[in-house]
Design a protein around this ligand. Structure first.
Ligand code: AQP
Length: 341
């Protein structure tokens, strides 16, 4: 806990260790974690390893991704002296709350969830019950610490809405205000969505079958340049002030975050007056991305080999997180009448 921070609201967020962390995960979520640990006195940041089992079940890969995701958190600037960093599976209270919250989730609303509908369309994906109840587990992750603020990308908006629904149903049944209503958070104007480089308008994703569609924080300079050069765009605007097509929107979306504002403004002006040459924009973007990601990549590589340190961080974080989680579960049990003698 950060004693110097002034904001008393509780912050919770996590990431699924399903693959290499990409620019969307960083810009949409992790980047916000860092200033929040200075501003809010209690921030919980976890690795959602149970969540990854809904779609990824390779027992050899899981430990690699867990350690790498943890190293990524720390390389991006998470400070275990200010924030509580832990593994989801180190908190036995989470499966307990998940089970109890299942009684507050309706089958129909889970089946209608957009991410569920998208995931079950993925070829080869087994439609397991964990996938259907993903929003319930996510709700348990968040309300186990009675979170107020949840720094996440735009794709998690519907899951957050469902978290509020389950929390409110619990409050209503027990005639209390036991759980606060957690809200999505970003330091930007709105929650962020970084687009895939395939020009489809879909979000960048860890498990996209084509690695060229995502920029990973671990990509080397050559790979970054190659991916940006190959990013799918159109042939360029022919009418002044044309709306952005998804391919160029993806590039401008990244540029907004990693390039100097005057450079972005200049390229946007060129787009608006139809003088833009995408080749130059791509070279500029690749250069800016390399400068932006290089220092993070070096730190991830260094930290992911320091397994003793990683283990120490989650041991310390797990202890604090379990304490908070137990308080919540005790309260829930009592309010539901699970206390007989
Ligand atoms: N493209 C994105 N733009 C902005 N934010 C994003 N996030 C994910 N993709 C984008 C945010 O990253 C955080 C961690 O995501 P996650 O790993 O928990 O789950 P996810 O949303 O399912 O991420 P991926 O990368 O798409 O993974 P896979 O392919 O395994 O499903 C969340 O805050 C998320 O909003």
């Amino acid at each position: 806990m950060n004693q110097d921070a002034t904001n008393k609201e509780i912050v919770v967020s996590g990431i699924r260790p399903t693959g290499k962390v990409h620019l969307g995960n960083y810009l949409g979520a992790i980047k916000n974690f860092i200033p929040m640990q200075d501003e809010f006195d209690t921030c919980y940041y976890f690795i959602a390893d149970y969540h990854s089992l809904t779609t990824h079940n390779d027992a050899n890969e899981l430990p690699v991704h867990v350690k790498r995701s943890l190293a990524t958190y720390l390389a991006c600037g998470l400070n275990p002296d200010k924030a509580i960093v832990y593994l989801q599976s180190d908190l036995p209270q989470i499966p307990e709350l998940y089970l109890l919250l299942n009684m507050f989730a309706h089958k129909g609303e889970l089946e209608k969830c957009t991410t569920f509908k998208e995931k079950i369309r993925t070829p080869g994906q087994t439609v397991n019950a964990g996938l259907l109840t993903y929003p319930v587990l996510m709700a348990a992750d968040i309300i186990i610490h009675k979170a107020n603020k949840v720094p996440v990308g735009k794709d998690q908006q519907q899951h957050l809405e469902m978290t509020r629904t389950f929390a409110n149903r619990f409050n209503h049944l027990t005639e209390t205000t036991f759980f606060p209503e957690p809200q999505g958070f970003s330091y930007g104007e709105s929650l962020m969505k970084i687009l895939s480089l395939d020009g489809s308008g879909a979000k960048m994703s860890k498990s996209d079958a084509n690695e060229n569609n995502s920029i990973f924080l671990l990509d080397d300079d050559k790979t970054i340049t190659k991916k940006i050069k190959r990013a799918k765009t159109d042939t360029g605007p022919t009418e002044k002030n044309s709306p952005l097509t998804p391919g160029i929107e993806a590039l401008f979306g990244i540029m907004d975050c990693v390039s100097a504002p005057e450079i972005v403004a200049d390229y946007k002006k060129q787009y608006a007056d139809c003088t833009i040459k995408y080749g130059y924009l791509k070279l500029q973007l690749a250069e800016d991305l390399i400068n932006y990601l290089g220092p993070i990549r070096e730190k991830i590589i260094q930290l992911e080999n320091d397994t003793d340190y990683l283990a120490e961080v989650v041991e310390k974080g797990g202890e604090k997180a379990r304490e908070s989680a137990q308080k919540t579960v005790d309260g829930v049990r009592k309010l539901l009448g699970i206390q007989y003698f």
